[in-house]
Design a binder for this molecule. Structure first.
Ligand code: SF4
Length: 297
């Protein structure tokens, strides 16, 4: 049996950066305590637990941003913004409440937020290709002063009605499916004039998506490691499934089922950008051990 691990599996630069910042501030005496992360720093339960062990709390995102500051009985010292980013209001509110912000927004997300603001200021109609309830997308929408339309699926695209007299800007969630963004852009540019498209899918996502296509074509079974909440991991699985029906989504090695590998000679493994090294290594070890036990491999 042959097992191939994608060369782009696991933490992307943005997640790695956020995780390292949080580890560093936990022991920095100059950082106001207690520290709370707003939402999951990484869409991975094991990583979230590790962060808690550093003495850092977690605040679930609240519908009313003001409620974030009443979430705990303690007065928040420092609030960590995750790599997904947030809208502009949180920075103003934190300042008013005397709470420090440590901003780990991925620079690639910051770029999309800035574009949203620029296009808004220049009176473009903004189309965001992405999941409207995803944290990153909500933040981008707020930077566009909530003046944008979303295209999340083909139905949204079919129902899209833009003002033909206005300029249109297309931006996307950094972890969107490249093929879907191409489809949306093609559709809009065919139908409307004055369309400006900025490719905002990050390179880490592009590489992972290209690589999973190769894995799906050249292996009998594909294992995608990730959390169900992780947009980029789900996308990898969707892409893989389209090419290879024997594509399976797992969170950890315990989710693997022996029957997936009947008559299987080659396994491809990839992992979303929020999957830590130790979980990938665990899965790889487990798959190798299965290979030794099961001679039919
Ligand atoms: S997937 Fe891309 S945009 Fe998102 S955190 Fe990672 S590097 Fe940044």
């Amino acid at each position: 049996m042959e097992i191939t691990l994608s060369k782009y599996a696991g933490f992307c630069d943005g997640v790695e950066r956020a995780y390292n910042i949080v580890k560093k501030i936990a022991s920095d005496p100059l950082v106001k305590k207690p520290i709370y992360v707003l939402g999951s720093l990484v869409h991975n339960e094991d990583v979230v637990k590790k962060i808690e062990q550093l003495g850092i709390g977690n605040i679930k995102p609240q519908e009313r941003l003001e409620d974030i500051f009443n979430y705990t009985d303690k007065k928040i010292g420092t609030l960590v913004i995750t790599a997904h980013g947030m809208g502009p209001k949180i920075y103003e509110l934190a300042k008013k409440k005397g709470v420090d912000i440590v901003d780990t927004t991925c620079p690639k997300v910051t770029k999309v937020q800035r574009l949203a603001r620029i296009f808004f200021d220049r009176l473009y109609q903004i189309v965001i290709v992405g999941e409207k309830n995803h944290k990153e997308v909500v933040g981008i929408y707020e930077w566009a002063r909530k003046k944008a339309v979303f295209v999340e699926n083909m139905l949204d695209l079919k129902n899209l009605h833009l003002d033909i007299s206005k300029k249109i800007a297309i931006i996307s969630q950094t972890t969107q499916n490249q093929d879907f963004v191409k489809k949306v852009s093609g559709f809009i540019t065919d139908k409307y004039k004055n369309v400006e498209l900025v490719d905002t899918i990050c390179l880490a996502t592009q590489n992972r998506q290209e690589e999973v296509k190769k894995l799906a074509r050249s292996n009998d079974v594909v294992i995608v490691i990730g959390s169900p909440d992780s947009a980029n991991s789900n996308r990898l699985w969707e892409i893989s499934k389209k090419i290879n029906s024997k594509s399976y989504f797992i969170q950890r090695k315990e989710d693997i089922k022996g029957e997936w590998f009947d008559n299987c000679r080659k396994i491809g493994v990839t992992a979303g950008a929020s999957s830590p090294e130790w979980i990938i290594e665990d899965v790889m070890k487990y798959l190798r051990s299965l290979g030794l036990k099961n001679r039919s491999f």
